[in-house]
Ligand binder design. Structure first.
Ligand SMILES: NC(=O)c1ccc[n+]([C@@H]2O[C@H](COP(=O)([O-])OP(=O)(O)OC[C@H]3O[C@@H](n4cnc5c(N)ncnc54)[C@H](O)[C@@H]3O)[C@@H](O)[C@H]2O)c1
Length: 327
């Protein structure tokens, strides 16, 4: 479908009741809120997560509240696990209509200090998880030829570049471009399946403790003299704690699906960063820390914009790291 402005609107879903949703990373945070929203919409919900105890507890609570749920222990970085998730879903419910490729982790240090184990873990979950989800489930959804939708969870950092975030950002930029291509390809096919990419800033969740699910074979040996990650982790925790409620994000996602909206930006106060990056690229200006970001966090005193709570709450801890970039 084309809306006449060279924009491919794409297929998608208007009604959800009785349909089947698969949510990865469903045991916590955004994924859990998405799963609960699916249940409120009357969907059958398949909850997939690598953290088994949390997964079964989430599924149990949802079932108790009257939802039709199925919990499938899945490591999204493993092709075989995601393929088994699809088979189990089809065996149980006979189809799949709404797919949330949402499982994700954050980690890593400076660009040069992030280890092979860091890259393998974060790209394995955040990037390969989405790749496996798309290549496994989209063919099934196309064969069904019924209205469907895929929502890939990226991040606002999939649209901007900030220091000390290369590892996570690389995974999320990749998820954005994969989603954009998928949207165009499904549009060219005239498929009944739509796509959205979710790009939030900070949301209250367990993301700061993502290492709880890090495989032991991908742990780092202790590193003498490496950038101390504790300070960054502290800042991240404060930003996440001051973030949006995951239920608010889940409601926005369903509004977007109904509206055939591809980009889901949940934090308008962060949009200036996206705008600045796009403008800098077109003007061939070098990457910089945006002066408004600096004034927001108090590094430039003459900024007229008040810092939003989520930014104020955590950026103070990054002062020592941002300051040298000004000199
Ligand atoms: N919370 C934020 O501020 C924020 C901002 C932008 C984007 N995101 C993205 O939102 C998504 C959800 O994260 P969240 O913030 O709700 O964090 P969360 O830690 O609360 O939830 C993530 C879930 O993914 C699961 N998971 C981790 N590794 C997995 C694997 N290999 N296979 C399957 N499941 C796995 C975890 O067990 C957990 O239940 C992630 O993709 C994250 O990158 C979060």
């Amino acid at each position: 479908m084309n809306n006449g402005r060279d924009t491919i609107v794409g297929g998608g879903m208007d009604s959800f009741a009785g349909r089947v949703a698969v949510v990865t990373g469903a045991a916590s945070g955004i994924g859990r809120a998405l799963a609960e929203q699916c249940a409120r919409e009357g969907m059958k919900v398949v909850l997939a997560d690598v953290e088994e105890a949390a997964l079964h507890s989430a599924a149990g609570e949802m079932a108790k509240a009257g939802a039709t749920v199925l919990a499938v222990r899945t490591d999204v970085s493993r092709a075989g696990d995601v393929e088994a998730l699809a088979r189990t879903t089809l065996d149980a419910f006979g189809g799949v209509h709404l797919l949330f490729n949402n499982a994700g982790v954050s980690g890593g240090s400076s660009t040069w200090e992030s280890t092979v184990a860091d890259w393998t873990w974060v790209l394995g979950v955040n990037l390969w998880g989405v790749i496996h989800g798309v290549r496994t489930f989209v063919p099934i959804m196309l064969r069904q030829d019924t209205p469907g939708h895929v929502v890939n969870t990226a991040s606002v950092t999939g649209l901007v570049s900030l220091p000390y975030g290369a590892l996570y950002q690389a995974s999320k930029h990749a998820v954005v471009t994969i989603s954009e291509s998928l949207h165009l390809e499904l549009g060219f096919l005239g498929a009944k399946v739509g796509v959205s990419v979710l790009c939030p800033a900070f949301v209250q969740s367990g993301i700061v403790d993502a290492a709880r699910n890090r495989p032991s074979e991908l742990l780092n040996p202790p590193c003498e003299g490496c950038t101390e990650p504790a300070e960054m982790a502290k800042a991240h925790r404060r930003l996440v704690e001051a973030g949006l409620a995951p239920e608010t994000v889940a409601r926005r996602v369903f509004q977007a699906i109904r509206a055939r909206q591809f980009y889901i930006l949940t934090h308008p106060e962060a949009n200036f960063l996206i705008r600045a990056r796009m403008r800098a690229i077109l003007a061939q200006r070098n990457p910089a820390i945006h002066p408004r970001l600096l004034s927001l966090v108090g590094l430039r005193s003459n900024g007229k914009h008040a810092a939003p709570a989520w930014l104020r709450a955590g950026m103070g801890h990054l002062f020592p790291r941002l300051k040298p970039l000004l000199e």
